[in-house]
Design a binder for this molecule. Structure first.
Ligand code: C2E
Ligand code: MG
Ligand code: MG
Ligand code: MG
Length: 276
């Protein structure tokens, strides 16, 4: 009986893995298809200065709406896009879309900048840096209007290739932000090696910032950023009390549902008109 159970157990997991693999391949096929049919959208979430209270820019966030009208979370499809290599084409599209939006912003909101998230496979193309510069030139956008958000896990493999690319980009005037700081696997020593302009405090360290003893990580990250002469932006602010605490701690900038959720490009422009 024991043997039979073990076999069944094995068969169960076996088919489970197969199902998962099949599901993944289906999703990738659907993503490739929908990307080709212009079904990906780039949405924008405002970022604000805590000193002026004004909008300083936005983070661009991908949205995938499938044929049945449902959204698939980026937390689900970005890893699949990375795994399949599709992220390279999608990432190029994201950057040109952000440049297009910066061109629109120039009309009335010329001091705003846009941050885009970039993944490791994008850095493996040898012309990654030139492509970005070319796209910006093509749209007539100044490099300091664009920011690239990387995560600390980016240095897990081929750190030198990545550091070289980031150094070139930063030298061109493009801003580099370290996203989700403190949630990854890398050591603090990477922080010194990376050419950065901005540090993003992850939502995980903001949520309970007003609970007894729970603000110590946020406080440490903010102080660390300041010591390194980086701007510090906190993400995931959902309540005014969190904003108040972040002001006390000396945080520079914020982003979160309390101010605005990510929204389509035209809504973002409307939002900016309402604010001004
Ligand atoms: P991220 O870069 O850390 O982006 C912030 C995430 O937090 C976004 O989730 C945003 O909608 C969410 N968020 C912002 N404020 C709040 C808040 O107050 N409360 C809560 N609960 N959530 C908030 P989203 O849009 O689902 O994106 C998830 C992740 O997917 C991003 O995390 C990023 O790592 C990745 N991603 C999104 N777009 C792109 C892209 O164009 N390229 C790449 N490579 N990755 C992307
Ligand atoms: Mg981000
Ligand atoms: Mg983040
Ligand atoms: Mg995050």
């Amino acid at each position: 009986i024991a043997k039979k159970n073990r076999l069944e157990h094995f068969a169960y997991y076996h088919s489970d893995i197969e199902d998962q693999m099949q599901w993944r391949l289906n999703m990738i096929r659907q993503l490739r298809n929908d990307f080709g049919n212009n079904c990906l959208e780039l949405w924008y979430q405002p970022q604000l200065s805590l000193t002026t209270g004004k909008v300083i820019g936005a983070e661009a966030l991908l949205r995938w709406r499938t044929a049945d009208g449902k959204f698939v979370s980026p937390a689900v499809f970005i890893p699949l896009a990375e795994y399949s290599g599709l992220i390279i084409e999608i990432g190029d599209w994201v950057i040109s879309q952000a440049c297009k939006q910066l061109k629109v912003l120039e009309e009335n909101f010329s001091d705003l900048s846009i941050s885009v998230n970039v993944s490791i496979p994008q850095f493996r193309q040898d012309n990654f840096v030139d492509n970005i510069i070319n796209t910006m030139t093509q749209y007539g956008i100044k490099p300091n209007k664009l920011e690239l958000e990387i995560t600390e896990n980016i240095l897990m493999d081929e750190p030198q290739i990545i550091i070289d690319a980031l150094t070139k980009l930063k030298a061109q005037g493009i801003s580099i932000a370290l996203d989700d700081f403190g949630t990854g696997f890398s050591s603090l020593s990477y922080l010194q090696k990376l050419p950065l302009n901005r540090l993003k405090v992850d939502r995980a360290f903001v949520t309970d910032i007003n609970k007894e003893g729970q603000s110590v990580i946020a406080e440490t990250i903010i102080n660390l950023g300041k010591k390194m002469q980086l701007k510090v932006i906190a993400e995931g602010i959902e309540e005014i009390e969190q904003q108040e605490r972040l002001i006390e701690l000396g945080c520079d900038e914020v982003q979160g549902f309390y101010y605005a959720k990510p929204m389509p490009a035209d809504e973002f422009i409307n939002f900016l008109h309402q604010q001004s």
